[in-house]
Design a protein around this ligand. Structure first.
Ligand SMILES: [Zn+2]
Length: 677
């Protein structure tokens, strides 16, 4: 449910007006005029107008596959994180402290000479173990071993709150096992997809060779692995279907799960996974597990053994020698998403440490980069946005009074988290040993897994965070009915102390509105104020909502990227609804501020115009063609350009601010224009 960008349109005089009325250059510009492309009419392509020059002047760096405001800011945050790890590495801190762990993790992983000497040696005991497998039980136990180290396996498993009873944890199983980003990659027969598949098979073979297999054997294994993954892909549910929370909610007893997927005794599996005493479980895709169970006996054990080796090697590559890391990048970084060179080692490592010990790093990050005043200001903005959203709900002409009462109850129950957790993860049980890079990596993954399953049987902990503090993102969690904003995103261009309200309400305000609206999008609206999957809508209101949402689906289906490839209106619906609602709510909140009520121009732009410019600069960016191709299949967010153009071309306040008229490209006729919240 995270955020992301779009553009177009219309009128004649705005650009020139903006220039002619420009005031003396200020020393600080929250909207930097050099980023605008004022040769384009804002009414024809607002994205290009607002950020066109930024886009032209900020190509994707060689080591990246995309370069958006998010990446730019993350790069900035990573420098702070680098300071933290470098200081920890130099500190010689007492054994067992977070500082020792961060420092030793980093130092050990930076020692490429040692990693290159070791080569595939760290994998050997695990590969030997796989060689010992004699039957289906051995295969299943090894899946469990991979799962318990949070490494890629053949299915997903975790303990989470029950969607229909959010105060209770329940173990849940979901489909998995694919090495390519989506089932489409195994099924489609167009030339680019076939080329990626061919490169994937070569990549699997090279990785197996690096792990010690002769080429002929590795080639043969890679072909079999692709075939096996293809069978799993065909049995997998597609992403659009998975947007329906009822389609992925199947509560059953372990006995029923075993009956559903004969050949696997799930009570034995669950016990081996470390969870005991569960009377029922959730299965997201029963059909997938039915197929998997049949494959456990129909596929030769020898093929499964090759598959297990591939999963082990692939998911640990980042902790091995350069040969493994380079080949992993060659396929997943270069071929698949179009980066030209790998990020520097320290950059890759900070991401790995953020993944393994993110809240230990995060504690230091917020001390250095997150002023308490930012939290105070954010809470005030959120409060104003909530008020504006409540007013809009009350004023809706299409929703019944009965549903409004419940919608308002849900809105007022939204829990808010800003900056960093009140309660940090305790890493005392995680051992980080100097000189043991592979072990550190494996223990980090295992620690995460154990922390997750240890929840089972305990009261649901609503204080936890799904993102670490330096993360440049935000989320809505429907199960907790909460909105969460890590410290990492609370900086320019999202949130700027020096900026006027128009810019902040347009940027972080729209982000807050986006996350709030997720509670009322096609998925989120199906959860109640306590985070339970439960219908609180009258039938008529639900029908009206769906009609309105369908307009957004049709609108985005018409947007293209990469020649004939279209945005998937259904896949991106939730995010598009959140963008549409987010900008409207943020604008209404902005209009309550002193600047919102004034018409004093800054740099030639009215407060309302600055609001929409502030909104757009959040979504500026570039992306490689390869990465765009992957995202169009997998990302529930539309491309950045359409995230500006899409919502604004439905927004009457935007029309007013820039005098959008019929005939302008940003103009949508009233009978197709979407308005929900
Ligand atoms: Zn979102």
């Amino acid at each position: 449910m995270k955020i992301a960008i779009p553009a177009f349109v219309a009128l004649c005089c705005l650009a020139s007006t903006a220039r002619s009325q420009q005031v003396a250059p200020a020393t600080y510009q929250a909207i930097e005029l050099k980023n605008l492309n004022q040769s384009v009419k804002p009414t024809d392509n607002f994205y290009d107008f607002a950020v066109g020059n930024w886009v032209k002047n900020n190509p994707v760096p060689a080591s990246k596959s995309s370069w958006f405001s998010f990446n730019e800011l993350y790069d900035h945050n990573r420098k702070v994180v680098k300071e933290v790890v470098m200081e920890a590495a130099a500190a010689n801190a007492p054994k067992g402290t977070n500082t020792q762990k961060i420092g030793d993790f980093f130092k050990t992983a930076m020692d490429s000479t040692r990693l290159n000497q070791l080569g595939a040696t760290p994998l050997k005991p695990y590969l030997d173990q796989i060689d010992q497998i004699k039957d289906a039980d051995g295969v299943l136990s090894t899946f469990i071993f991979l799962k318990k180290h949070d490494l890629a396996g053949v299915y997903n498993f975790s303990v989470d709150p029950d969607d229909k009873n959010s105060s209770k944890y329940i173990p849940g199983f979901g489909q998995g096992g694919l090495g390519l980003p989506d089932r489409d990659y195994y099924i489609k027969t167009d030339a680019p997809t076939v080329a990626i598949r061919e490169a994937y098979v070569k990549h699997i073979s090279i990785m197996l060779q690096l792990a010690g297999q002769p080429k002929a054997q590795a080639d043969a294994a890679a072909a079999k692995i692709l075939k096996l993954e293809t069978t799993l892909a065909i049995a997998s549910m597609d992403r659009v279907t998975m947007r329906d929370p009822y389609a992925t909610y199947h509560k059953m007893t372990l006995t029923d799960f075993t009956k559903n997927s004969p050949g696997i005794d799930w009570s034995v599996q669950l016990q081996q996974l470390g969870v005991t005493g569960a009377d029922s479980i959730l299965v997201a895709q029963p059909e997938f597990f039915k197929k998997l169970a049949s494959m456990i006996s129909s596929e030769p054990v020898a093929t499964w053994k090759e598959y297990l080796k591939w999963k082990l090697v692939s998911s640990t590559a980042s902790s091995l020698s350069d040969a493994f890391q380079n080949e992993n990048f060659a396929f997943y970084g270069k071929t698949l998403i179009g980066a030209k060179v790998q990020e520097q080692r320290w950059e890759r490592l900070t991401s790995i440490i953020d993944n393994s010990m993110g809240e230990a790093l995060g504690q230091e990050y917020v001390k250095r980069a997150f002023p308490p005043a930012a939290k105070v200001r954010m809470l005030e903005l959120i409060k104003n946005l909530k008020l504006a959203f409540a007013e809009r709900i009350q004023a809706l002409d299409w929703m019944s009074a009965a549903t409004k009462v419940k919608a308002l109850k849900k809105l007022n129950s939204i829990m808010v988290k800003v900056g960093y957790p009140d309660k940090w993860i305790d890493y005392s049980k995680l051992e980080i040993i100097s000189g043991d890079n592979f072990g550190n990596y494996m223990r980090g993954r295992e620690f995460d897994y154990n922390r997750n399953i240890a929840r089972y049987g305990k009261p649901v902990d609503r204080t936890i965070w799904d993102m670490t503090p330096p993360t440049v993102n935000a989320y809505y969690n429907p199960g907790f009915n909460e909105i969460v904003f890590p410290a990492g995103i609370l900086q320019p261009p999202f949130f700027d102390f020096k900026a006027d309200d128009a810019v902040n309400y347009g940027a972080i305000g729209a982000v807050i509105g986006h996350e709030m609206t997720h509670g009322f999008d096609d998925q989120g609206r199906q959860y109640d104020d306590q985070g339970n999957l439960k219908d609180w809508w009258t039938k008529e209101d639900a029908v009206k909502f769906k009609e309105k949402a369908d307009r957004v689906v049709s609108q985005f289906n018409t947007y293209t990227v990469l020649d004939t490839v279209h945005v998937n209106g259904k896949l991106t619906l939730g995010e598009n609804l959140a963008d549409l609602g987010g900008t409207m709510i943020a604008y209404q909140a902005f209009k309550k501020t002193a600047q919102g009520k004034s018409d004093v121009k800054i740099d030639g732009f009215t407060p309302d115009q600055r609001f929409f410019l502030g909104f757009s600069q959040v979504w500026r960016g570039n992306i490689t063609a390869q990465s765009q191709a992957v995202r169009i299949k997998t990302d529930p967010h539309a491309p950045g350009k359409w995230r500006v153009i899409g919502p604004l071309s439905n927004n009457p306040d935007f029309y007013k601010a820039f005098n959008v008229q019929p005939g302008d490209a940003m103009y949508r006729k009233d009978d197709v224009r979407a308005r929900i919240w």
